[in-house]
Write a protein that binds this ligand. Structure first.
Ligand SMILES: [Zn+2]
Length: 452
């Protein structure tokens, strides 16, 4: 049993003063507002809910910043992808665990208490399945356990190099499964997270590039009601190739041919038309936005204003993990819209409303839906995923309520995080995860070897 007391906390009902939170077995079992701290309560100034990174490829943290030298030709997503493939082809299961552990430590330090791991690096370096087909998924689960982050494991089905069932490239050999292999992989992945507190599983058909319609129809039922995540319309070339193959754009195709509903999360959906935006919003699916990665890769800017105006649900993911932080994603999301529309406070939801609050509320709800978490936010019955902010940070001075969120997201950034609890465990104190030094040392040794 842990007893926490916050002078101020952002609850689902709004800001409240003098909030006492009792945690047992990782869950908030009691929450009382307007009470003084009791003798043995751990006291903090200000609490906000932990956020989910709903889309991550953990191994890519190892190559963060390594694709920032311009290539010979137009430097696009596709040249970045070649670098990523070369990196992915070298990593052992131990390397993946080491890189993912540091990543999840950093996520916790930067305000994420859960990760949706869209996991497609399955097989040995020559493409042969490991003796345990879910060896790599087991390493991801171990990394989540090491760091203490909540895990939603999303094993990815990947079979082709382009639309219409094109044969995979040699560089994709570690990703490729048959439908039967994938069924075994999902079962083994379920087993890999069985004893991991707060973990759950979904499935992730990689994209319409990598999965044929028949394969999609065969694997969607394997979700058994759990989340289904798929990349869609990230790149203009992908949209053009999809139109050449089917006469339809990726989001359009999915909305017409797949049972897209509240269980689904379309990752990126960057190049969605107004019609697609309205339909996606009406289906109740989540748009899994990854603003930092989308900017890094030059993908484009999602029509977030129109989507939000249509009632669309959205969450954020760190995707390539080139830079990890709740504030970084939210700031980039809003700034992309400002640059596009040449206005300020585009996603605030209306005059007089705080942009930071609207963004945080949006991604809290969207992230929870996309990763099948009930009861998002700090409330009785929910997982105790809590972030406390350092109110002595200059960018938070003199603020209260939503102005703190605006100061945090747009001015202070990740450095204003003090403590983080995930599943009731206090993992970060004074901005430092308790595993930081060890995780960095292992990660650095791994990456030095991979780059040697
Ligand atoms: Zn992705």
């Amino acid at each position: 049993m842990t007893n926490l007391h916050f002078a101020s906390a952002l609850l689902p009902s709004g800001w409240a003063d003098d909030v006492r939170v009792v945690v047992a077995d990782g869950i908030v079992v009691k929450l009382v507002v307007g009470v003084a701290p009791e003798a043995h309560d751990e006291r903090h100034h200000l609490a906000i809910p932990g956020i989910a990174s709903l889309h991550s490829h953990a191994f890519q943290r190892g190559m963060a910043g390594l694709a920032e030298t311009r290539g010979n030709m137009a430097d696009t997503f596709w040249t970045w992808r070649e670098t990523m493939y070369r990196f992915a082809l070298e990593m052992t299961p131990e390397d993946v665990e080491s890189v993912a552990t540091l990543l999840y430590v950093e996520m916790l330090e930067r305000g994420y208490t859960r990760v949706g791991e869209f996991h497609y690096l399955h097989h040995d370096r020559d493409g042969t399945p490991y003796a345990n087909v879910a060896e790599m998924a087991t390493r991801i689960a171990q990394a989540a356990e090491n760091a203490g982050i909540g895990l939603t494991l999303l094993p990815s089905f990947y079979a082709h190099s382009s639309f219409g069932g094109a044969a995979p490239h040699a560089g994709q050999r570690r990703f490729i499964c048959s439908i039967d292999q994938f069924a075994s992989l999902v079962d083994a992945s379920r087993n890999a997270i069985r004893t991991l507190g707060g973990a759950n599983i979904g499935i992730a058909p990689h994209s319409l590039r990598a999965v044929t319609p028949n394969e999609l129809a065969a694997i969607v039922p394997m979700a058994h009601g759990a989340p289904i995540h798929i990349h869609a319309a990230e790149q203009v070339r992908e949209v053009e190739d999809c139109v050449a193959w089917s006469g339809q754009r990726p989001v359009e195709w999915l909305l017409e041919h797949a049972p897209v509903d509240q269980r689904w999360c379309l990752i990126h959906a960057t190049h969605a038309t107004p019609t697609e935006v309205a339909s996606l919003a009406s289906r109740g699916a989540v748009a899994g936005l990854c603003p930092v990665t989308e900017a890094s890769l030059g993908d484009g800017i999602f029509p977030a204003r129109d989507f939000v105006d249509a009632g669309g649900r959205f969450g954020v993911g760190t995707d390539s993990n080139v830079l990890v932080g709740v504030t970084d994603e939210l700031r980039q999301l809003e700034y992309g819209q400002r640059l596009k529309h040449r206005e300020r406070n585009v996603l605030s939801g209306g005059s007089g409303s705080s942009t930071g609050r609207a963004l945080l509320d949006g991604v809290l709800a969207g992230g929870a839906q996309a990763l099948a978490q009930t009861g998002a936010g700090i409330q009785q019955g929910a997982r105790a995923d809590i972030v406390s902010l350092d109110i002595t940070h200059p960018s938070l001075a003199g603020r209260c309520g939503d102005a703190i969120l605006d100061g945090w997201i747009f001015a202070a950034g990740g450095t204003a995080i003090d403590c983080v609890w995930a599943g009731g465990h206090k993992l970060v104190a004074g901005g430092h995860h308790r595993l930081r030094e060890r995780a960095r040392a292992q990660f650095n040794a791994t990456v030095r070897r991979l780059l040697a």
